[in-house]
Write a new protein. Structure first.
Length: 258
């Protein structure tokens, strides 16, 4: 069993693969100061709830946008597992050329999403990740990473709005009944859902024009299901896109790692 771990700024998403099939997955809140022992306790507990454990693992691959946690997952593997930790970063085999000014700037999660999107499409495509930020990652028809765009995400925007405006409280996002909200709750729903859908569509249209007009967009991330239904440019959601990309990267490096 391969355990793929996507460490985001807000949430950590884990997936267990048997071959190419994702058999189960879990999420928990990311804590930047977590130690390898704490992570081992959390992950082993989640696995035990589904009847599996560390002894079932024959591979571990991790993508982390929180630098201190990458080292902690490596330490976790050394202390508790009989397998090495493949940490996505410089020096690993991705199978994708990076055609931006400074390839070292590409976040691990962005590259992983681009790889998974291209594996799915096999042609010009864009991964759109609705996480802490909204990341657009474009891939050419030849499978090269071209760059993209980064916009503020839904979560941080909602947090800023409720923290800075004393009379606005946190709400659950639900589908607006109309564009003119008649309560504060409805007004925020309209502003967030329609507003972010408009932002996403505007960026997507411009990226698509630069790619020749035939790009396929694949959305992922925690807020994709909330925003994409209101988008005119993006129709496809794959919540497991990043985990799939991690599996592909592990497969491409498995020969190097014995």
């Amino acid at each position: 069993m391969l355990l793929a771990i996507d460490v985001g700024n807000t949430q950590t998403h884990l997936g267990a693969f048997e071959g190419t099939e994702l058999t189960q997955h879990w999420r928990f809140q990311t804590r930047a100061g977590a130690t390898s022992d704490e992570l081992a306790e959390r992950i082993s507990g989640l696995m035990e709830l589904r009847g599996t454990g560390f002894d079932d693992l024959d591979g571990l691959v991790v993508s982390s946008v929180v630098p201190p946690l990458g080292a902690e997952y490596t330490q976790l593997a050394e202390q508790y597992l009989d397998v090495d930790c493949l940490l996505v970063g410089p020096g690993i085999r991705t199978g994708m050329s990076i055609e931006i000014d400074n390839p070292a700037e590409v976040g691990a999660d962005r590259l992983v999403n681009a790889i998974a999107a291209y594996e799915e499409v096999g042609d010009v495509c864009v991964g759109v990740d609705f996480g802490t930020g909204i990341n657009f990652d474009a891939v050419s028809a030849e499978g090269a990473y071209l760059g993209g765009a980064i916009a503020p995400g839904v979560e941080i925007s909602l947090t800023a709005l409720t923290e800075r405006a004393a009379r606005i409280s946190r709400i659950d996002l639900g589908e607006p009944k109309k564009a003119i909200g008649t309560s504060s709750r409805e007004a925020i729903q309209v502003g967030v859902l329609y507003g972010f859908a408009g932002l996403v569509d505007g960026i997507a249209r411009r990226i698509n024009r630069e790619l020749g007009g035939n790009a396929r967009f694949i959305a992922t991330g925690g807020y994709a299901k909330s925003i994409v239904p209101f988008s005119e440019e993006i129709e496809e959601i794959d919540e497991l896109l990043t985990l799939k990309g991690l599996r592909i990267i592990h497969e491409r490096n498995s020969g190097d790692r014995g």
